[in-house]
Write a protein that binds this ligand. Structure first.
Ligand SMILES: [Ca+2]
Length: 251
């Protein structure tokens, strides 16, 4: 009974604190999160207002948690996909022109630094691992968006930085591909044709940044993605047990 009473006191203090915050700031922040359901009466219901919160050097987001063009289709036919399912582009291919089928994610970074980007994707059209295997990605408001393999560092074409990768790149966008004959969902994000470079983003200060994706290959299916800093391994960041980022509302 004593423990229950103590818990009740803390809960009460927490609610009192939230109430004060709300009255001090008209833009009260609503929270939904698997680990912190927050006030059940104030959840973020409009995906257009989602802001994903980095915690302990990790951002982990279900790809389907964004506003999409109607040619991006939500599919629930693959049990290997997490969350509500995965998105697959069923519109025209846009192999040389990024910006079609655009979707954005607002990401709140608390711990500045360089984060590696990886997504979990699959090939849903054809039987080749080198076709229908890529989508465009851009971070246009960060201090650095680059790809690296050993000593080799490349920047998106038209970003004002060089060198640029071999293969498609334009207007600050990288073509992000997966490779290999295994077409099922797996964690991989590479750019630079036939010379797979890993993808990195540097956030030089805390703040909310915009990640953009746009359609390139039809049949490329994406389930989720992560951004993680040097404090976390790729294995830990992409583990099923890694917690999805908490979501707040931007209004
Ligand atoms: Ca998903």
């Amino acid at each position: 009974m004593k423990f229950k009473n103590v818990a009740f006191i803390f809960l009460s203090l927490g609610l009192f604190s939230c109430t004060n915050d709300s009255s001090d700031n008209e833009e009260a922040i609503d929270i939904i999160s698997p680990e912190d359901p927050g006030d059940s009466a104030a959840t973020c219901t409009d995906v257009a207002n989602y802001v994903f919160k980095e915690k302990d050097g990790l951002v982990k987001i279900e790809f389907e948690n964004a506003v999409f063009d109607s040619n991006w289709k939500l599919k629930e036919d693959d049990n290997a996909a997490s969350g509500k399912g995965y998105m697959v582009w069923e519109g025209d291919q846009s192999l040389s022109q990024p910006g079609n089928g655009l979707a954005t994610y607002a990401i709140a970074i608390n711990e500045a630094g360089t984060y590696r980007f990886v997504w979990r994707s699959s090939v849903k059209t054809g039987t080749s691992g080198s076709d229908h295997n890529d989508t465009w990605l851009r971070f246009n408001d960060v201090s650095n968006f680059f790809a690296q393999k050993g000593e080799s560092i490349v920047y998106p074409a038209d970003s004002g930085k060089t060198p640029n990768p071999e293969g498609a790149s334009k207007d600050g966008w990288f073509k992000i591909y997966r490779s290999g004959s295994d077409l099922n969902f797996k964690w991989q994000a590479s750019t630079f044709d036939n010379n797979s470079h890993d993808i990195f983003v540097t956030f030089d200060q805390a703040g909310t940044y915009t990640m953009e994706i746009s359609a390139r290959s039809s049949g490329h299916a994406i389930d989720e993605f992560v951004l993680f800093n040097e404090s976390i391994s790729l294995a830990d960041a992409t583990a099923d047990t890694a917690v999805q980022s908490a979501i707040t509302c931007n209004n």
